[in-house]
Design a protein around this ligand. Structure first.
Ligand code: ADP
Ligand code: NA
Length: 332
């Protein structure tokens, strides 16, 4: 039996978005202090699968750490650390490159989306990154991984890698990790195109809410967000085939800890001229304390680095024996 343990991470590949907050960080905070041990990582080695300017990477790494802390991750209750500071991630990642099959990687839809027409010109790391992600998770024998919907296929691949390893080496060393994908915010969409997810690396700043946006910027972005000509429906079914409307309702529900049905009940028949300002006010109310705290933390980078170094020591204490046992099982 495996200790109930949560692992998850965020890439420091740009500023944090409302998608990261609602789909990841807020849920990570909720799982803290539950029956799980919680381990949260700034997955900096994933960020460099695409080019990162070194100074930007250093800044974004601290900013993701500040986002976690400001939102309520307690570095005493959870283990919070940078992936690159625990070298066992890279080591187990290599071993898993030798377990995973090329055909499995070829089925990863996120790679196809990210590489686009240029599949020959992207880094080998971008192609292999789901195998490193499996290592991130299995290095702690994590039983549960809270993620947004975009990561579901990668958690399934993690299970495939654990299964193949266990089968090939006739062991039950690695657990079958469960993805935890639930709530209205598992897929926050881009504000300008309701068919694409909101992402830190999206093209235009208007398509996403950054956690550090000020109140005026948040209001302006929601005002300009793509919607449609209809008022909000009277029932949930009325959101079918209305991706932009559904997204704005999802965001409202996630921010307020309401269900979509409750939001619809409150705003049935309301026009966008009423709903969008209410949504903007709610987002400002929830994000302003977090972004204020992030700014305070970012003013003292040495303190962030100190907390993260302590977290890396604690992460190592779990990771090292699991890596050592993996080497042993494989015959090293
Ligand atoms: P990004 O796509 O913004 O670069 P990451 O790949 O670092 O984000 O993902 C970090 C976590 O945030 C993952 O659990 C991911 O599923 C979640 N996440 C990212 N974007 C969204 C979104 N638009 N909606 C819900 N969850 C998201
Ligand atoms: Na992502």
């Amino acid at each position: 039996v495996f200790t109930p343990r949560v692992f998850s991470g965020i890439k420091p590949s740009g500023g944090l978005t409302l998608g990261n907050y609602l789909g990841a960080i807020k849920r990570f905070v909720d799982m803290q202090g539950s029956d799980f041990e919680t381990i949260y990582c700034v997955v900096d080695m994933h960020a460099v699968t695409v080019w990162q300017d070194p100074a930007d990477l250093r800044h974004a790494t601290r900013e993701v750490a500040a986002g976690y802390l400001a939102a309520g991750i307690d570095p005493e209750k959870s283990i919070l650390f940078n992936q690159a500071r625990v070298s066992a991630h890279a080591e187990l990642g290599w071993l898993f490159n030798c377990v995973a099959r090329v055909g499995w990687m070829n089925r990863m839809t996120q790679f196809k989306d990210k590489a686009g027409e240029n599949a020959e010109g992207v880094s080998l790391g971008l192609y292999a990154y789901p195998s490193l992600m499996a290592a991130d998770i299995l290095l702690y024998h994590a039983t549960h991984v809270p993620v947004g919907e975009d990561q579901k296929q990668h958690v399934e691949l993690t299970r495939d890698i654990a299964n193949k390893f266990n089968h090939d080496y006739k062991t039950d060393f690695f657990p079958q990790t469960e993805p935890v994908i639930e709530g209205p915010a598992m897929r926050v969409m881009n504000l300008r195109d309701g068919t694409k997810k909101m992402s830190k690396s999206g093209e235009s700043d208007m398509e996403r809410i950054n956690m550090t946006d000020d109140a005026d910027t948040i209001a302006k972005k929601f005002k300009k967000a793509k919607s449609d000509a209809e008022p909000l429906p009277e029932t949930l079914e009325g959101l079918t085939d209305r991706p932009e409307a559904r997204n704005l309702v999802n965001i409202y529900a996630a921010l307020s800890d309401m269900t979509n049905a409750q939001v619809i009940a409150e705003y049935a028949g309301a026009g966008w001229g009423r709903f969008k300002p209410a949504l903007a006010d709610l987002a400002v109310e929830k994000l302003a304390p977090v972004s204020g705290e992030m700014a305070r933390l970012m003013a003292d980078p040495a303190e962030i680095d100190r907390l993260m170094a302590r977290g890396a020591e604690r992460a190592n204490e779990i990771a090292q024996p699991i890596l050592a046992k993996t080497f042993d099982i494989m015959g090293f």
